[in-house]
Design a protein around this ligand. Structure first.
Ligand code: ZN
Length: 245
């Protein structure tokens, strides 16, 4: 019985290791998640910056058209000057040209402001593009590292499964069934150590009489509270439980 129990303890250890690795393989590391999130945010910033740049360029184009229009009107007014017959008409044209000139310089100012704003917007776009590139590179590297560690995990997992398979061959079939049954109902843990009269599976006390029986270690016992197969922690000390590893 003791031999079977020791194997059971070992099997439980293996199954927990297998479960842990499976979990590692299933979950995306926080670092990668964070990078992905950061990249998404910067890409959104970049899109906003590009839209802003386009908007500024449109403002500049519109102002250029207005300026062109002003210039043509000034030209026409100046041509009219040669055809005027009265002083009144002449004065009216002068006023018109004056107004057009000041309008023209207003549009020129607007173009200059727009050009400055375009410069600023371009800088922001370039900056964001640079950050996007950097983050993409970092994400790529992190994913490559992850792949490498996955390869390592997968190898380890295959070894553990192999070990488990071999071990199970030498074990009592009924006992294994019971082990799997308890495991499926007790969060993957079917075998629990008892330390100083307390079951480590459920943290409840084992009655003294039962504990004394357990110390002998000559029969298979279960925790009266959680129904897990229990063993006295001290038996591992004399049996070199982890020697194989
Ligand atoms: Zn228990």
């Amino acid at each position: 019985m003791k031999e079977q129990l020791l194997k059971l303890i070992k099997l439980q250890e293996l199954d927990l290791q297998i479960r842990k690795i499976n979990k590692e393989l299933e979950t995306e590391p926080e670092a990668i998640k964070a990078l992905r999130k950061e990249l998404k945010e910067v890409k959104e910033d970049l899109a906003t910056a590009k839209a802003e740049l386009e908007e500024r360029e449109k403002v500049k184009r519109d102002a250029e058209l207005e300026l062109q229009d002003c210039e043509e009107r000034i030209k026409k007014s100046k041509q009219k000057m040669t055809e005027v017959k009265t002083n009144k008409e002449y004065q009216a044209l002068l006023t018109e040209i004056d107004e057009l000139q000041s309008l023209k310089s207003e549009w020129e100012d607007k173009i200059i402001v727009a050009m400055d704003e375009i410069e600023e917007a371009k800088k922001i776009v370039e900056e964001k593009e640079k950050i996007v590139k950097e983050l993409e590179q970092r994400l790529k590297e992190a994913q490559q590292r992850l792949e490498q560690s996955f390869a390592h995990f997968k190898k380890e997992l295959a070894q553990l499964r192999q070990k488990r398979e071999e071990m199970v061959k030498t074990m009592d079939k009924e006992l294994l069934k019971r082990y799997d049954f308890i495991r499926s109902r007790r969060n993957g843990i079917a075998v629990a150590a008892v330390n100083a009269e307390v079951c480590e599976g459920c943290n409840m006390h084992i009655p003294p009489q039962k504990y004394n029986e357990l110390l002998k270690g000559d029969k298979l016992m279960t925790c009266p509270t959680c129904q897990r197969i229990i063993y006295w922690k001290g038996i591992l000390e004399n049996n070199g439980q982890t020697e194989e590893e």
